[in-house]
Structure formats: structure tokens, C-alpha cells
Design a protein around this ligand. Structure first.
Ligand code: FAD
Ligand code: SIN
Length: 555
């Protein structure tokens, strides 16, 4: 029997991404067989690692599931899938228990009582479990330690997913020919392309904040999973709903530095350059309104005043409380020469979270057999048109669990050996021409600036059409280059953000209303019928009645 080619790896399950979603999934799925996690940089590097505010769950005796459900639905502005929201919210306490089991140390009330629960925009109750202001780092560290200690899990750092692979490309026939059975993965250290084959492939690649010039996201957030899924023919939904976080630090030397909404949850308020509070003029929930409303209000204040930022004011809060609750933020501000507790902190909105994504069902299945999506890369129906703060980490662990159950039932396609007859071309790296870094950098900057200037918090058709022309031109140039040179991480990421930029603009142009995070001057009001925007390669863009559309056929 022919031996597997050196560049081929076979596992029961391939996970792409090592944030909260990928790691939680790996830990559950590993009970059923070997799981391979590939991750494009150091394994910790993920949005998860930078999460501050915390993870929402109705665990307080003063709270209940129904209130958490209603807060989520209100924030989602009519596009959440209520049955899914309800299931996730009800699973909350048990998902938190599991995190505790991995050793996550959530902050406790002083005196050794219950959990210290924070509050954030859109929440009518205190329900955000946190580890002071370093929640993500604590969760990521504990999950990684558990994965590294598990005999059935291997985590390959510096391995970047490039493209998904169908069964037909791997020499499989019959119903397996149409399944997603693996991915081409670039080993960044050797620059070789490795073929990973698996019975199930799980995308856990996070979001795409880097599509925008200013973002809270780390550099890994280039929408790779979204782009791979789109190119493979999966359905994507609601990409126009890009969440802008209201309060990123405005400072020449601060890159992507978020000031958590939990700070407003403890009483901080937004003021303008004249020192005047403004949120109560914009929303009945004032400084704790849902994020879309706060970001729009800040945008409006900045445009009206011509000032480059607004300010977060904590001066009325007790310094000792601020320093013990937010030690990381206080220290970071100090590094930038700011006294967080003692002076107004300059802040601006920045791209933060992709509410749309690869469409999945309750089992995290995408529209392509064999392919699952979990975490920020997925559009599960939880967030609708605007995510409620701190629901993202909860959604990630909830769907990691659902996916692990579903994957266990997937058919076995591969034994320990690679099937005979994998076309050699599948294993070959691309031609060895190298593209100039200057070209990549120029297009990278231009694309992100166009998205920031024309596809931001407030939109209109004319500006979206200008953006479409420019972004499409960049995307086409990059695609042409990409076909004739060896894949470098930089070029692949540029191709992915260019594709995502174009898809976001197309979805934004298709929405004939303002809703949640999509606000357009052409249609300032919400239309009554709730619809998702649906996009898939090779099929014209359509909007379909939320989640009752017929199963899309596979091309
Ligand atoms: P990530 O944690 O982003 O992980 C993605 C993984 O995929 C990374 O390991 C990355 O390297 C890898 N990857 C990407 N592309 C490839 C590729 N091509 N090949 C291989 N690997 C790849 N949400 C909350 O609920 N509460 C909060 O308090 C909160 N605070 C936040 C603060 C900040 C600064 C940011 C940026 C986000 C915050 N969010 C918060 C959002 C939340 O952190 C993310 O939505 C969530 O962590 C996403 O988890 P994930 O596992 O889906 O993706
Ligand atoms: C924050 O801490 O403000 C971010 C919370 C979130 O994105 O859910």
C-alpha cells in the first residue's frame, strides 16, 4: 500500500484556530479521537487573549434567563434567532462551570462571596463574569494548558490555513467527493504547503477587524476562515453588521487598545471636548445603551464638533475601586502618560466584531458537508444585527459544545493512512516567485483606509459604491498576483481582507433599511420584515426571510 506523502497529515478532526472556540471544541472532541489544531501564529495569539469585559451568563439570584434572552434580542434589533438565543442562555451556567473546571479564576465578591458580576451596554442586570480586566487572557491560558496536557490534542503553531479541500480533490468519490475533507496549510517556518485531511473540519479562525484601518482586534483577525469558506462555496450571512466598539484609546502610540465597556458598567461616563455628558440625548439607557447606539452617538458628536475624539470620565469614581477593578487598563493608560482615574481619557470607536459570518445551524454545521464553523467566524443567529456585550465568549463555548457532539457522529473517511490516489498537484507548493512586500503594504493600507472612510458607522449608497469600485479593483489585482506566486502569509491575508471588504460592501448595499449596526442615510428607518442578507459564491446576492429559507443547494 502506498505510504502517505511526507506533506500529508491525517486526523479525525482538523481545527483551524486556537482561540476560545477552537480550544474548547478540541477539549471536548478529543474524548472521541485525535484532534489537530493548526494556528497561524503563536497559539495564544487570538482575539480571545485580549478580551477584557468578560463572559455573560445569568448566574445571579437577581437575574434570570428570560432577562438575558430579552436583552440579547433587543440589542440584536429583530434579527436574532430566538430559539437559539434561548438555548445558549439556558446553557450559560453549565458552560461557566466547565470553564471553572479548567481552572479559570473568575473574580469573586470581596469577602469570598459569589462571583463579582460586571455590567456592560445593553445589559439590564449585572451578569458579566470576569477575571478583573484580563478575562480573555485567563481563559485562553487555562484552555491552552488543558489542550497541551491532553494526549489526543496537538497544536501546530505557525501553521496557516490557506484553502479548504473537497473530497474530489483528495481522490474520494461518491457522496464523499462533495464533502470538505481538509485544508491546505502553510507551514510558516518551512514555507511548505501541507495537506491536512480529516473526517471533519472546524473553522475557528475568529473575525476580520483588520479589514478596517482602526480596530480593537489583534493582527490575526484577517477573516481567513470567512474567505476560505466563501471560496469553497459556503453560505455567509449578515456581513454588513460590523460592530464598532465605542471606546478604543485615542493616542498616537496606542495600537488597537480597547477601554472595556465594563468601565462604563462601573459608572464611567462619556463627555465631549467641552466636558458635557451627551449620551442621555441619544438613548434612554444613556452611557449603557447597546453598542451600536453609543458608537453612532460618538460619531455624531465628533462630526458636530470637528474634534478627533470624545472622553471617558472616571473622575467621580473612587480611585481605589478603579485601580483594583481595572489594573491592566490603569497600567496601560499610565504607559501612555494618562491617569485613568484622574483625568478624562480620550476615546474613539473602532471596528471590533463581525456579527455576520459563515451560516451555521444549531449543530454548527455550515452549508457544506464536513465543514463546521464556531466562534466569531460563524453566523449562528445569536447576535442578529448587533451583538450584546460579552455574549461572544459565551456563544463560542456554547457552539464548541454543539459542534463536538455533531462531529462525533460524522462518518469515518480516513484511517491512519492517506487514501490512495491523492492527485500530486494537491501536494505541490505554488511556484516560487515572490511578491514585493511594498506592493502588499500599499494595497493593505489603501484597502483598510477605504473601508474606514466609506464603510463605517454611518453609510450611504454613494459612498458604498465608491468603496465597492476601489475595493474590488484591489481585490482583483491581489487575486491576479496570488495566482502566480508562492503563498506568503502577508499576501494571503491581503487577499482575504480584500475579499471580505468587497463582501461587506455588497451586503451593505443590499440592505434597504437601517438596522442595528447598519445605518444608512438613504434609508434611516427600519423595515418591518426581518431579513438576513445571504451571500454565496456563484449565486447572486439575496435576502431571505430570516432562517426559514430553503436549504441552499450545493453548487
Ligand atoms: P479568536 O479568539 O480570534 O481566535 C482565532 C484563532 O484563529 C487564532 O488562534 C488565530 O491565530 C487563528 N487563525 C486565524 N486565521 C487562521 C488561519 N488562516 N490559519 C490558522 N489559524 C488561523 N467578547 C466577549 O464576549 N467579551 C469580552 O470581554 C470581549 N472583549 C474583547 C476585547 C477585545 C480587545 C477584542 C478584540 C474582542 C473582544 N471580544 C469580547 C470578542 C471576543 O474576544 C471574540 O469574538 C472571541 O474571542 C473570538 O473567539 P474565536 O475563538 O472565535 O476567535
Ligand atoms: C469590552 O470589554 O468592552 C468588550 C466586551 C465585548 O466585546 O463583548
Amino acid at each position: 500500500m502506498p505510504q502517505p506523502a511526507a506533506e500529508t497529515v491525517v486526523s479525525r478532526c482538523l481545527v483551524i484556530g486556537s482561540g476560545i472556540a477552537g480550544l474548547q471544541f478540541a477539549l471536548l472532541a478529543a474524548e472521541g479521537g485525535p484532534v489537530r489544531v493548526v494556528t497561524k501564529k503563536e497559539s495564544r495569539e487570538s482575539s480571545t487573549n485580549y478580551a477584557q469585559g468578560g463572559i455573560a451568563a445569568a448566574v445571579s439570584p437577581l437575574d434570570d434567563f428570560e432577562t438575558h434572552v430579552q436583552d440579547t434580542l433587543i440589542a440584536g434589533d429583530g434579527l436574532c434567532r430566538e430559539d437559539v438565543v434561548r438555548k445558549m442562555v439556558e446553557a450559560g451556567p453549565h458552560l461557566i462551570d466547565r470553564l471553572l473546571g479548567y481552572g479559570v479564576e473568575f473574580s469573586r465578591d470581596p469577602g469570598g462571596g459569589g462571583f463579582a458580576l460586571g455590567r456592560e451596554g445593553g445589559h439590564t442586570q449585572r451578569r458579566v463574569l470576569h477575571c478583573r480586566d484580563l478575562t480573555g487572557s485567563e481563559i485562553e491560558g487555562r484552555l491552552l494548558a488543558a489542550c497541551n496536557a491532553h494526549a489526543n490534542i496537538s497544536v501546530d503553531e505557525d501553521h496557516m490555513g490557506l484553502e479548504l479541500v473537497r473530497g474530489s480533490e483528495a481522490g474520494l468519490s461518491g457522496s464523499a467527493a462533495d464533502r470538505i475533507v481538509g485544508a491546505r496549510v502553510l507551514d510558516r517556518r518551512t514555507r511548505r504547503v501541507v495537506l491536512h485531511l480529516a473526517d471533519a473540519v472546524v473553522l475557528a479562525t475568529g473575525g476580520c477587524g483588520k479589514v478596517y484601518l482602526y480596530t480593537s482586534n489583534p493582527d490575526i483577525a484577517t477573516g481567513d476562515g470567512l474567505a476560505m469558506a466563501y471560496r469553497a462555496g459556503a453560505e455567509l450571512r449578515n456581513l454588513e453588521f460590523v460592530q464598532f466598539h465605542p471606546t478604543c484609546l485615542y493616542h498616537a502610540e496606542a495600537k488597537s487598545f480597547l477601554i472595556s465597556e465594563a468601565v462604563r458598567g462601573e459608572g464611567a461616563v462619556l463627555i465631549n471636548h467641552r466636558g458635557v455628558r451627551f449620551m442621555s440625548r441619544h438613548h434612554p439607557q444613556a452611557d449603557l445603551a447597546p453598542r451600536d447606539a453609543v458608537a453612532r452617538a460618538i460619531d455624531q458628536e465628533m462630526k458636530a464638533s470637528g474634534e478627533p475624539c470624545v472622553y471617558l470620565d472616571l473622575r467621580h469614581l473612587e480611585r481605589a475601586m478603579v485601580e483594583s477593578r481595572f489594573p491592566n487598563l490603569v497600567a496601560a493608560c499610565r504607559r501612555f502618560g494618562l491617569d485613568m482615574a484622574g483625568e478624562p481619557v480620550p476615546v474613539v470607536p473602532a471596528a471590533h466584531y463581525m456579527c455576520g459570518g459563515v451560516a451555521t445551524d444549531l449543530e454548527a454545521r455550515t452549508t457544506l458537508p464536513g465543514l463546521f464553523a464556531i466562534g466569531e467566524v460563524a453566523c449562528t443567529g445569536i447576535h442578529g444585527a448587533n451583538r450584546l456585550a460579552s455574549n461572544s465568549l459565551l456563544e463560542a463555548v456554547y457552539f464548541a459544545e454543539r459542534a463536538a457532539v455533531a462531529v462525533a457522529a460524522e462518518p469515518r473517511l480516513f484511517g491512519p493512512r492517506v487514501p490512495v490516489g491523492i492527485p500530486a498537484a494537491t501536494l505541490k507548493p505554488a511556484a516560487e516567485t515572490v511578491v514585493s512586500p511594498v506592493v502588499v503594504e500599499h494595497d493593505w493600507d489603501e484597502l483598510r483606509r477605504v473601508m474606514w472612510d466609506y464603510v463605517g458607522i454611518v453609510r450611504d449608497r454613494e459612498r458604498l459604491e465608491i468603496a465597492l469600485g476601489r475595493v474590488r479593483a484591489i481585490r482583483r489585482t491581489v487575486e491576479t498576483v496570488r495566482r502566480r506566486v508562492a503563498p506568503t502569509p502577508e499576501l494571503v491575508e491581503l487577499a482575504n481582507i480584500a475579499l471580505l471588504g468587497e463582501l461587506i460592501v455588497i451586503c451593505a448595499l443590499s440592505r434597504p433599511e437601517s438596522r442595528g449596526l447598519h445605518y444608512t442615510l438613504d434609508h434611516p428607518l427600519r423595515l418591518e420584515s426581518a431579513v438576513d442578507s445571504v451571500i454565496r459564491r456563484g449565486r447572486p446576492l439575496g435576502t431571505e426571510s430570516c432562517w426559514d429559507a430553503p436549504e441552499p443547494s450545493l453548487d
